[in-house]
Write a protein that binds this ligand. Structure first.
Ligand SMILES: C[S@@+](CC[C@H](N)C(=O)[O-])C[C@H]1O[C@@H](n2cnc3c(N)ncnc32)[C@H](O)[C@@H]1O
Length: 300
């Protein structure tokens, strides 16, 4: 119905120029992926997907104002996922925010390897999987979603991260996934998950692995928890200390996949070799950098 005389006229604004303006602002602020981030934040605000933004050509001025405010937060280098509240792993979305590590796309490669490995196991028993350093629960919950037959355990030491993992685990249970068992524990504890000793088919881990002196983007340095990032002077402190409990958990010929810093592939492989692991293999990320190592506990 046309507005009556005297009604305030609300001028709607074209969305695409707003997004282009936002991407320029993010580029100026040093954000690494300005256009994808500008589109993702527009999609988040409008409750749609990035690929469907073209279906919303015009927006109200109030939406434009809120969008610009959101862009200013991103320009201040608050992580995109803290602004949208979610990050993906496999087929699931995880709630993330202050106090927990934001799952990264490169970990999808380890996740894909883990699923491929589980698919090779005989179906004579439910596979047991342990995710060490679970953070938001990303790997454990994505594996439980993809493999409902698996018994999945996840270990996290940090109380804030554990709270996010619990929240995500509850969300996945409500969505119908097989529950993951969360353990508030230290992955370097020699008594870690003692009842699972010698029974685990696969241990996955994306532990803290950045060398202390590394210089990081503000999104990482100022927003991911310190404990989630750093692994001592060479980045290997947690990996070194967790390998003995990890080896004890695995059944003979059981496998592990450990993500690591791109400077440290050889270091992790050497730690595994010294712990008598076999079939040690390095896997690169999409940029061709060494990203995770897989190995097997020696068979009987
Ligand atoms: C790099 S984050 C990875 C989180 C998750 N696996 C992911 O890929 O998104 C490492 C996690 O390990 C946890 N952590 C660090 N040291 C630990 C320890 N000794 N025992 C258990 N968890 C630990 C941190 O709190 C953090 O949540």
């Amino acid at each position: 119905m046309p507005g009556r005389r005297g009604d305030p006229v609300i001028e709607r604004l074209p969305l695409r120029p707003l997004i282009v303006e936002a991407a320029a602002r993010l580029a100026e602020a040093g954000v690494g992926s300005p256009m994808p981030d500008a589109e993702s934040l527009a999609a988040h605000l409008l409750g749609t997907e990035r690929m469907r933004l073209a279906l919303i050509p015009m927006v109200e001025p109030e939406i434009a104002d809120r969008y610009r405010a959101l862009i200013e937060q991103r320009a201040a280098r608050i992580p995109l996922q803290h602004l949208t509240g979610t990050a993906a792993m496999g087929e699931i979305d995880l709630a993330v925010g202050p106090g927990v590590f934001v799952p990264r796309p490169e970990t999808e490669l380890l996740f894909a390897w883990a699923l491929a490995y589980l698919a090779t196991l005989p179906r004579d028993h439910a596979p047991i999987v342990v995710d060490l350093c679970t953070g938001s629960g990303a790997l454990a919950l994505a594996i439980a979603h993809a493999r409902p037959d698996a018994e999945v355990h996840a270990v996290e030491l940090d109380a804030d991260a554990f709270t996010w993992a619990r929240r995500n685990a509850d969300t996945r249970i409500a969505a119908g996934d097989t529950p993951v068992t969360l353990h508030a524990a230290d992955v370097t504890d020699p008594a870690l998950l003692t009842p699972l000793t010698g029974r685990v088919d696969l241990v996955v881990a994306n532990p803290p692995y950045i060398p202390e002196a590394a210089i990081l983007d503000p999104e990482v340095a100022d927003h991911d928890p310190h404990r989630a990032l750093f692994g001592g002077p060479d980045g290997l402190d947690v990996i070194r200390a967790m390998v003995a409990p990890l080896a004890r958990l695995l059944r003979p010929a059981g496998a592990t996949a450990i993500e690591h810093d791109d400077t440290n592939g050889g270091g992790v492989a050497a730690i595994l070799a010294a712990a008598d692991f076999v079939d040690i293999a390095e896997h690169p990320d999409l940029a061709g950098k060494p990203r995770f190592v897989v190995a097997r506990r020696r068979g009987l």
